[in-house]
Design a protein. Structure first.
Length: 276
């Protein structure tokens, strides 16, 4: 039977939560050797990646992303040591699969998008099984990763910036942009009723990008009307270069700000989850 690490990210959460204890009990009852770990630092996460089967108890998608980011750091080879069998469209090898234990049974999170089990006993069964689903991973030039997607702008009013998807230019920097969605999954499909992404698929090997731009429509003998034009493209990589001093954005639910060019690229099938 397997050795399993059941990892919870800290931040002052105290004793293990009920779903964690229930999952640990189910794993133990099935014959697994279980270690529960609360990670308070990147070093604690790194120590949990030492070969055992891993279950990550997540309150947010950002916590799951934090673990995958450390996995990439651990397993990605230096460019000078790139193995010959690494696919040309990848910079990281196949990462070991992760069991995902959602702490909120009703959250609209990545686990829900992927239809992963939410009941602790079902999560335990998945982790002790052999069924795995491989998923695309987005890396970026800021040194992090994205599992679901990112939304640049969308909260602070129009901003200007250049948005490129492979060779396609969605904005040359002269347009006022309401929002730019970078999609691997479906978390940023809509913004306040506006459809942005149409067919995000976390396993199709491409990024879907949408830019929402207000456009003035001239009408004969009538006042001009403002409509929202959504420009879309799919590709291997996307670059967003703000022309403003600072643009707010959200990446896998984690807020930040952009003041310089940020590029994301897709690593097809790089990470994986246990499924039932």
């Amino acid at each position: 039977m397997y050795d399993v690490v059941l990892l919870t990210l800290g931040g002052g959460c105290g004793a293990p939560r009920v779903p964690v204890l229930a999952c640990a009990d189910a794993l133990t009852a099935a014959g697994a050797t279980v270690q529960t770990v609360t990670a308070e630092s990147d070093a604690d996460i790194d120590a949990s990646l030492e070969g055992q089967r891993l279950v990550v108890a997540t309150a947010t998608d950002g916590q799951l992303r934090a673990v995958v980011r450390r996995m990439v750091r651990r397993y990605a080879p230096a460019p000078s040591k790139r193995p010959a069998d690494l696919p040309a469209n990848r910079t990281v090898p196949d990462l070991p699969p992760i069991g995902v234990l959602p702490l909120d049974p009703t959250a609209d999170d990545l686990a829900a998008q992927l239809d992963l089990p939410r009941d602790p006993a079902e999560v335990a069964k998945a982790v002790l099984g052999d069924k795995v689903r491989r998923l695309d991973l987005l890396r970026n030039d800021g040194g992090s990763v994205t599992l679901d997607g990112a939304l640049v702008g969308g909260q602070q009013g129009p901003w200007r910036g250049r948005v490129e998807v492979d060779d396609a230019v969605l904005s040359d920097g002269s347009d006022p942009i309401l929002a730019c969605a970078v999609g691997n999954g479906a978390g940023y499909t809509r913004l306040e009723g506006l459809s942005l992404l149409t067919k995000p698929d976390p396993a199709d090997g491409v990024i879907e990008v949408a830019v929402a731009v207000p456009v003035i429509a001239q009408r004969l003998l009538r006042r001009p009307r403002v409509r929202i034009e959504v420009r879309r493209a799919r590709g291997r990589a996307v670059a967003v270069t703000p022309r403003e001093a600072k643009i707010d954005y959200t990446d896998d639910g984690v807020s930040g700000s952009l003041s310089h060019k940020r590029s994301w690229w897709v690593e097809p099938g790089a990470w994986a989850v246990y499924v039932r």
